[in-house]
Design a protein around this ligand. Structure first.
Ligand code: SF4
Length: 726
């Protein structure tokens, strides 16, 4: 007997609904798009279609492992947690503990609910995550402009008339910080209704090929290009801000230094194109500017992300239908009690400022290697593989050898977790409940969906239980972590005027929550207190309602809501935050520089997501391979053959070449997340590739956010067998 079940795909930010067929043994026999999901409407990509293969990957760990020398021993859960406790008990100073959270935490309910309490219990400020190898510039720019790092406007894809997109390739990645199932279909619909799509990218990506216009830009120079557009808007009197803002004059003043003719040399974009883009943006009935990872993971990532929303404001497109809008997720983020700030503390060795409570992953190796008070000796990684994903990853690989103790919560023995003393594997995907706390806050349509676990746990702890138990070990407390958190949330809400439960009895409310697990009861609480919640008096949303609607619920098109979202001290949009105006000087200082002869960038592939999916047979091989894309003119100029040696300030690699005129001359592209030679993950080891992060440089960061720089890395290329000095 087979059964048909539904759940959200957890494999990227698009949150597609899936319909799965399971056999009697709980094995997935088919995966299709869920046609009844009101948001994804049946869309599915090759990653989602392979969910069953990932779920039952024979290389997934089923039991905890303890390392004894070079040998691994499978152990029971109590023994594993006892080993963690013993390791933690040997830590004399909590300042020597560090945590690294990988990108899958943004896609897991446990990561969203238990990460913060666990960090608090560990009592350390050494918190690192994939955010500083990805999107931290957007959080910092939004925090400084709008007062909250999660107040991130998204392009109103389904209604806009004009979309200017930089450094994003949603036809491969399905979108990021912009949750939009069937992003490709939404872009085609934009063009179909007479809208215009312009893509700015150093590669003619599949997304660029779909666009009305593709503009090649030199990697890492987006801030110059965007400033050139801002300059033109002021110069041609095209500025029409729709809101009262602070800092308009300062932005005008800053933009004076970047006329299109000056930035053209640096960006490789003709001045007349920059001027035309400005006029098109200003003249469109509605328009949005959207920029993603290619612009974030660059030396001026925060300036680029800031200028994106400066443009949305200056053209009157912020917070209006068809422009850049703020979603209203069902578990809305709370109010900030203090103005947003970065740099509340600094890293011990390089003095880099924190952002969002995190230190840059680019300095994790420094913190482990450098002796002195607070030297990191104990590391906890959760769903992360920084050896492959962090800048200069092979330095981290060596640094991890120097730790006193390492614990990894991860389903795989991989390039990072091989250094752990204890590995705690979470259960199968289908044994886990799923709610996209983070991603639904970036959705281009308000929407909500909960997927309860589809299969029983069979005696193994859930990921939530693993993290909760670690938190209790770290805190030395006993009891029910979820109950503590629920009571705390209820207490705060009961003290808050207008929360809907002001002055109510906490115990009574606690008892009223529904859910099979602590995670579900916490979700129920957040839904009930959220903007559509039955307790907030604004709707009837609760866990019960979501369970009754397994295909999800459409909560309507995005609506203007800047007044609700703004959390700045002034109550206005801060268009010219001092930290960013200060960084403009750094940008100015580099304007006249000659660009390096060749720079390295990354790239995405439809069947890949960082390093997560390289052990899934149907998703590797074919066009998803680790090659260096290079323009044929560079191949000829450099006398290259089938493979070449790429050198940077940090390392060198020998890679197969993929000549293609879809990439600019002077730019080469290598996907990241590869480099699995010798991995216990059998499929990944067969398709090992090389790690792009052998070449990237942890000493170069985006200054305001501390984000790592993966795009625009200077490299040299030479034929194999030729020795060159670097
Ligand atoms: S687009 Fe993303 S969410 Fe949708 S099926 Fe593919 S991997 Fe899953």
């Amino acid at each position: 007997m087979t059964s048909t079940v539904h759940r959200t795909c957890p494999l990227c930010e698009a949150v597609c609904g899936l319909t799965l067929t399971l056999d009697e043994g709980g094995h997935v026999t088919s995966v299709r798009g869920d046609k009844d999901d009101p948001f994804s409407k049946g869309f599915i990509c090759p990653k989602g279609a392979s969910l069953g293969r990932l779920d039952e990957d024979p290389d997934r760990l089923r039991k905890p492992l303890i390392r004894e020398g070079d040998l691994w021993r499978e152990v029971g859960w109590d023994e594993a947690f006892a080993a963690v406790k013993a390791g933690l008990d040997r830590v004399a100073d909590r300042k020597s503990i560090a945590v690294y959270l990988g990108n899958p935490n943004a896609h897991s309910m446990a990561g969203a609910l238990y990460g913060a309490p666990l960090i608090k219990a560990l009592g350390t400020r050494n918190v690192f995550s994939a955010s500083t190898a990805d999107q931290m510039p957007k959080h910092v720019a939004s925090g400084l402009m709008f007062g909250h790092p999660l107040a991130i406007p998204v392009p109103d894809l389904d209604r806009t008339d004009y979309l200017l997109m930089l450094g994003a390739n949603p036809l491969e990645s399905n979108g990021s910080l912009c949750t939009a199932p069937d992003f490709p279909g939404r872009l085609r619909a934009l063009r179909g209704r007479g809208g215009r799509l312009v893509v700015v990218d150093p590669r003619r990506t599949r997304t660029a090929a779909l666009a009305d216009e593709h503009v090649f830009v030199r990697p890492g120079t987006d801030a110059y290009l965007l400033f050139g557009i801002v300059h033109t808007l002021f110069a041609e009197d095209l500025v029409t801000p729709s809101h009262q803002v602070n800092g308009l004059a300062e932005v005008r003043e800053a933009a004076k230094h970047f006329p299109p003719e000056s930035v053209s040399h640096r960006t490789g974009v003709a001045a007349e194109v920059i001027v035309r883009l400005a006029r098109e943006l200003a003249g469109a009935r509605t328009a949005a500017v959207y920029a993603r990872i290619g612009t974030c993971t660059a030396e001026f990532g925060t300036l680029a992300q800031w200028l994106v929303d400066v443009l949305n404001v200056l053209t009157g497109n912020l917070d209006r239908p068809g422009g850049a809008m703020f979603p209203k997720p069902a578990t809305e983020f709370g109010a900030r009690r203090r103005p947003y700030a970065v740099g509340r503390w600094k890293s011990r060795v390089r003095g880099l400022p924190e952002a969002n409570g995190e230190l840059p992953v680019a300095t994790l190796a420094d913190e482990i290697e450098t002796p002195g008070e607070g030297q990191v000796k104990f590391l906890l990684t959760i769903a992360g593989n920084p050896v492959l994903s962090a800048p200069h990853g092979d330095r981290l690989d060596a640094a991890f050898e120097g730790l006193d103790f390492m614990v990894s919560v991860d389903p795989y023995l991989n390039e990072t977790t091989k250094h752990a003393n204890v590995i705690l594997p979470p259960p199968r995907v289908l044994q886990s409940g799923h709610y996209d706390f983070a991603l639904l806050g970036f959705a281009v349509r308000n929407y909500t969906r909960y997927s309860p676990p589809l299969l029983p746990l069979d005696g193994q702890p859930s990921e939530a239980q693993i993290l909760a138990r670690l938190a209790m070990i770290a805190s030395g407390l006993e009891g029910d972590l979820d109950a503590f958190v629920i009571d705390e949330m209820l207490r705060k809400a009961a003290e808050t005027p207008g929360s809907g439960i002001e002055g109510r009895d906490i115990a009574e409310l606690h008892d009223a929550l529904e859910g099979e697990t602590g995670s579900e009861r916490r979700l129920d609480l957040m839904l009930r207190l959220g903007p559509y919640g039955e307790w907030a008096g604004k709707g009837d949303l609760s866990l019960r309602k979501l369970l009754d609607h397994p295909h999800g619920l459409d909560l309507g098109a995005l609506e203007p809501r800047l007044d609700e979202v703004l959390k700045t001290a002034s109550g206005l949009i801060e268009l010219a935050p001092p930290q960013l105006i200060e960084d403009v000087e750094r940008l100015r200082g580099r304007l006249a520089e000659e660009p390096p002869e060749i720079v390295l960038i990354g790239r995405r592939h439809l069947r890949s997501n960082n390093s997560w999916l390289h052990n899934v047979g149907p998703l590797v091989g074919g066009s998803n391979t680790c090659t260096l894309q290079i323009n044929p003119a560079d191949v000829a100029r450099l006398g290259l053959g089938g493979e070449a040696v790429v050198r940077s300030a940090k390392g060198q690699l020998t890679v197969p070449l993929e000549p293609t005129d879809t990439i600019m001359p002077g730019v080469v592209s290598l996907p990241h997340g590869w480099g699995h030679a010798g991995s216990p993950q059998s499929v990944a080891a067969e398709h090992a590739g090389v790690s792009a992060n052998v070449l990237t440089d942890e000493s170069t960061i985006d200054v305001p956010s501390g984000n790592a720089v993966f795009n625009g890395v200077p490299v040299t290329i030479s034929p194999t067998g030729v020795i060159t000095a670097h």
